[in-house]
Design a protein around this ligand. Structure first.
Ligand code: AMP
Length: 355
């Protein structure tokens, strides 16, 4: 069903992704209603309506749904039950199932391997015995991760030697964990695909990601050094994932590039930091594309607008360099309006286009 311009789009989550979605919805004539519990909601500052309430508050969710024509999310730890509740009231795109799969690293990896995708070797870990057995099977180094609520390298511990197992196990809470074999990857890249309710799809060129301390630092296109066959294989997998989930919206998947092909690392059922370059660097930004997809509009083209595009995140005090960035003729500055520049916090980004 097409949601025509003039309608109201509900967004669960109030951070920078919601802010950039709202900014992309405006030129298409949509109004945005943000729903999130936090005090600081940088998305609400550029939106027509805001509800500040807990994600579990059924009364507030029902009132929010009543005022929206379609609902989406920009935050992947919204309880899947709340999304299922909203789905009975209004279309929620993407729906509860992609969220449910992506919220748990174990179900995510099982889902992807079920679609013939390759991942790092992994084992579910709920006891120290299981961890020790998994370390024998997968070897060291290995990475122990929480199955849920990990982000930006949080909720992970690298295990160099079996003697570190007990410490890492306790540090991560001792249950609901997954052990992954360490991947000696050559590069990291993401693939973003958009899908409409009718199943029309558009995919973006692969982008190379560089992480520092587990946080995305830089995204770069074109993805030099990636073989076209590996990009094709990864893109085909993301399309299979989107089709299997009946996905609607932008889906981002991160991959490790290895000599023998791409390994799926994780998916985000939403617009993604590694797609920020597309605001100026692609013919249609990931944010506009997501709005088009969830409203059932035709998808836009995804080609690059410059020979080279580089997006850098501005973390913490790095935003203090804003005046210098603005003085560069081919730099595009985005500040998210967050009040506290805590170390490592994503405060903004800059995209530079080559001539
Ligand atoms: P994640 O939260 O799973 O995306 O992990 C954050 C970053 O840690 C990744 O982008 C990689 O740089 C690194 N990493 C995560 N898992 C592995 C792995 N199994 N082997 C090697 N590096 C990893």
């Amino acid at each position: 069903m097409r949601i025509a311009p003039g309608a109201t789009i509900g967004i669960l989550g109030g951070g920078q992704l919601g802010r950039m979605l709202a900014l992309a919805a405006a030129p298409l004539g949509y109004r945005v209603h943000v729903y999130a519990p936090e005090n600081e909601l940088v998305a609400a500052e550029v939106s027509a309506h805001c509800t500040r309430a807990a994600y579990e508050d059924r009364e507030a969710l029902a009132a929010f749904a009543a005022g929206c024509d379609v609902i989406t999310y920009e935050f992947e730890n919204v309880p899947a039950e709340s999304v299922a509740f909203l789905s009975a009231l209004k279309p929620v795109r993407p729906g509860a199932e992609p969220l449910d799969v992506a919220q748990d690293r174990l179900s995510e990896k099982r889902f992807v391997t079920g679609l013939s995708g390759r991942t790092a070797p992994f084992r579910a870990v709920d006891t120290l015995d299981e961890l020790q057995a998994a370390l024998v099977e997968l070897g060291t180094p290995a990475i122990l991760k929480t199955r849920r609520f990990g982000y930006d390298g949080k909720g992970q511990a690298r295990i160099e030697h079996a003697s570190e197992a007990a410490g890492a196990f306790a540090e991560l809470g001792g249950e609901g964990l997954i052990l992954e074999g360490f991947v000696a990857f050559e590069r990291e890249f993401s693939i973003l695909v958009a899908r409409t309710p009718e199943g029309d799809e558009a995919h973006y060129p692969a982008c190379l990601n560089h992480h520092r301390d587990g946080i995305l630092a830089e995204t770069r296109l074109p993805a030099e050094g990636l073989s076209a066959a590996h990009v094709e294989e990864a893109t085909a997998l993301v399309v299979r994932i989107a089709d299997a989930l009946g996905y609607v919206g932008v889906l981002a998947c991160e991959f490790f590039a290895c000599a023998d092909g791409p390994l799926f690392n994780e998916m985000a059922p939403r617009v993604h930091n590694s797609g920020h370059w597309s605001i100026e660097g692609a013919e249609t930004s990931q944010f506009e594309q997501h709005i088009r997809a969830i409203c059932g509009l035709p998808l836009g083209p995804t080609g690059l607008t410059a020979p080279e595009v580089v997006m850098r995140n501005l973390l913490g005090a790095e935003i203090d360099g804003w005046a210098d960035i603005l003085a560069e003729p081919r730099a595009h500055l985005h500040l998210y309006g967050k009040r506290e520049a805590a170390p490592g916090r994503k405060m903004g980004h800059v995209t530079r286009l080559s001539t």
